[in-house]
Design a protein around this ligand. Sequence first.
Ligand code: 2RA
Length: 337
Amino acid sequence: MKVAVVGATGLVGSVMLKVLAERNFPVTELIPVASEKSKGKEIDFMGKKYKVVTVDEAIALKPDVALFSAGGSTSLEQAPKFAAAGTTVIDNSSAWRMDPAKKLVVPEVNAGVLTADDKIIANPNCSTIQMVVVLKPLHEKYKIKRVVVSTYQSVTGTGVKAVEQLMNERSGIEGPMAYAYPIDLNVIPQIDVFTANGYTKEEMKMILETRKIMGDDAIRVTATTVRIPVMGGHSESVNIEFENDFDLADVRSLLEKQDGVIVTDDPANAKYPMPKDAHEKDEVFVGRIRRDESQDNTLNLWIVADNLRKGAATNAVQIAEYLVKNGILKADLVGSY
Ligand code: 2RA
């Protein structure tokens, strides 16, 4: 299968390449795509060297699937051109996520909505992905009424410049600022820009994307998203009010059975998920499972995942795997997944 990775030289793009190789996705030809300034740069992939090409050169090669992580404006402009050439696009930007004609997919939650007509598929926001994987079995059993989420998000969610700012600050080096404020020994309660209602775009993504992926606009969500000086992944404190009462042991059992979830919850032995444990992993880690004693039918959880993997690259590759496994994308060699 001819696979293009658009934004191959970026942080998420490089993780996409890593995940494609690790999961033995049936790539017969890789087409790494980046801007003109990176054209000709060599990329190592599964023991072969590939030269970075431009978008137009990639479209002409007619890839079967194109994984995009190149920003919203590039996706809005270029994804339709790939789709018109017959390529199935899986886009990690926010460009298509709330388009009513486009599917927004987390395979463990709603892969069933996908059909062969879907030529541009949206990959959700990282902080949304890790939360809905956990909400899915609980909503099915106990019907979620309201979610209150506070996030603690890694600087890797911003990109290389933010990681460099943190490392420079740690070393006492003056350097370019990705944020308006220092991030080391600090937290910044703003991710992306503010909207008219006082929420940031990141918070509105969590609110709106959750309802679309869960297929239930009745679910009420409020979010506060915060940037913290951490590398391994995003953490979230999630408070869930259900329509119905729940059994705590059953909640734990549902989470332990959920695809893609690992329950790490043993407070007596100080066992709970942390970004350092989620780093480089594809699963979503859940702990601190406890009843909210201040309100009936309400549960508290702590959710951690690597935002570059399950929060971006792995989720995109898993969508492609689903398409191949279900015959929507034809692969020369179907991998063993
Ligand atoms: C962030 N979720 O963490 C956003 C985009 N990756 O910055």
